[in-house]
Design a protein. Structure first.
Length: 499
């Protein structure tokens, strides 16, 4: 059986704890790999190596850093398919989705390649007599990232390229459910010329996470995952004096007004709700239909959903793959099975779905729930699977109030032909990312990603300008030099002269 070990100090380091976790092929249900789970002592050893590497990397020139990043970008581009294959094998998403994940991660590497302009400081001259004031940004030291299973390549690339470009060294703790992509990213970084110890991958479970959150030499922690864990990460790391950005869960809504192009809205709802099997924090999981269009919109969504081809991720004909684990599949199915008891109409029931020849895979079909109530479990919880809820509102105002009543505020979208309504929506809605006729409004790399309310803990969004500010700290320098005409008298600091 294949074993995934740690990547520390620019090389593979075998696990020493004796503990291993299973890695399953979601399409077959078979355990194909084991991953080493680090002890607190192994985490400490990785941090020591990263701290030592920071002594030189933190002082390296911007030219040296960007040279490595440009080479890294080229290697990632050349290895897109290889990375995508690892994602599909362990996560289960179809190859095209996996390639899209790599492409979105590459955007942040490209942003990091331009770090020279992002780290420019400011200078004010002659603020007083021969006094100048400048501001600069400097790295933090050793920083850590804890990333989820649903995007095993993209989310790490949302973190470490900017962190190391800013001069930090990095400890990545990826999900133990699909660990191989993280090691591949680190191996390519070393091949690109990144010095040993600058990027390290430590695999593990709660033991490793807690060790990172409490380690005195970790200056900052980035996290993407569920809201309960994000809250725990933020509380624990902050209590230990660390800077924290912790992105949590979501219940993303799509408001469809009566004037919308319903065919376009239905297409968007299907792709946004069921793409990547719904295992993404930006998935549309609730459609709010306004006025009399609900019945027609639900029918259009149903027609499209029934045509989606479900199968192994490495089959080019597949449009949706399995879920990550059997336990998660069963949890998602429980929401569908309980929906009718809580007042919903089950238009499509995807539970019990199987694929011929892959009967032991973690399969579930597409589910569509209509007339969902806001107090039902299917609406309140982040299901993280291919389940779309449809709610109904009589007016625009009622729809906005419904959305703003959610404890989550990650992303949302409106579908309409009315520019005035769209403008009102983007100003009145309480969410961090808004789409206008765009169902999944994930910002491009040079804008930052993050939500509001229970979807974000901490003050900084991820990547973009917020990411650069998160991985650096500001310093202001006030300088006064004597004019050469004054000779060697120096600066008069106002002390009394006693001689």
């Amino acid at each position: 059986m294949k074993t995934v070990n740690h990547w520390i100090g620019g090389k593979t380091v075998e696990g020493a704890s004796g503990n291993y976790g299973p890695v399953t092929d979601p399409a077959t249900g078979e355990v194909t790999t084991q991953v080493a789970l680090a002890s607190a002592e192994e985490v400490d050893a990785a941090v020591r190596i990263a701290k030592e590497a920071y002594l030189s990397w933190g002082q390296s020139s911007l030219a040296a850093r960007t040279k490595v990043l440009f080479a890294y970008r080229a290697l990632l581009d050349a290895n897109r398919d290889a990375i995508a294959e690892l994602i599909t094998a362990e996560h289960g998403k179809v190859h095209s989705d996996a390639l899209g994940e790599v492409a979105r991660g590459l955007e942040i590497v490209e942003l990091a390649c331009g770090i020279t302009t992002q780290l420019k400081g400011e200078l004010s001259t002659s603020v007083s007599n021969r006094v100048d004031v400048s501001s600069i940004r400097q790295p933090l030291g050793v920083v850590a990232g804890i990333t989820p299973f649903n995007f095993p390549a993209m989310v790490p690339m949302w973190m470490f390229p900017l962190a190391v470009a800013c001069g930090n060294t990095f400890i990545l703790k990826p999900s133990e459910k699909d660990p191989s992509a993280a090691n591949k990213l680190a191996e390519l970084a070393t091949e690109a010329g990144l010095p040993a110890g600058v990027l390290n991958v430590v695999h593990g479970d709660k033991v490793a996470v807690d060790a990172l959150l409490s380690h005195p030499d970790i200056a900052a922690v980035s996290f993407v995952g569920s809201t309960p864990i994000a809250r725990h990460i933020h509380t624990t790391a902050s209590a230990n004096g660390k800077r924290v950005q912790a992105l949590g869960g979501a219940k993303n809504h799509m408001l469809v007004l009566p004037d919308a192009d319903l065919d376009a809205a239905a297409d968007a709802a299907v792709s946004a709700a069921y793409g990547s099997a719904g295992e993404r924090c930006m998935a549309i999981s609730a459609v709010v239909a306004v006025g009399s269009i609900a019945d027609e919109l639900v029918e259009k969504i149903r027609e499209r959903a029934e045509k989606i081809k479900i199968g192994p991720g490495n089959d080019p004909a597949s449009e949706m793959g399995p879920l990550i684990t059997a336990a998660h599949r069963d949890k998602v199915a429980s929401y569908v099975k309980g929906a009718a008891d809580q007042g919903a109409d089950v238009v499509l029931d995807g539970t019990g779905y199987t694929v011929d020849g892959f009967e032991n895979g973690h399969w579930i079909g597409l589910s569509l729930l209509d007339n969902v109530k806001t107090d039902s479990d299917a609406y309140r919880d982040e299901i993280f699977g291919p389940v779309l809820c449809v709610l109904r509102a009589e007016t625009y105002e009622e729809g906005v109030a419904l959305i703003n009543g959610s404890p989550f505020g990650n992303g949302t979208a409106i579908f309409t032909r009315d520019g005035g309504a769209a403008r009102r929506f983007q100003l009145e809605i309480e969410a961090g990312m808004v789409g206008v006729n765009v169902p999944i409004p994930v910002p491009v790399g040079y804008h930052s990603f993050g939500g509001w309310k229970d979807s974000l803990f901490g003050d900084h969004h991820i990547y973009g300008n917020d990411g650069i500010h998160f991985y650096t700290r500001g310093k202001v320098v006030t300088t006064r030099w004597p004019d050469p005409s004054e000779g060697h008298i120096g600066v008069d600091l106002g002390f009394p002269r006693n001689h």
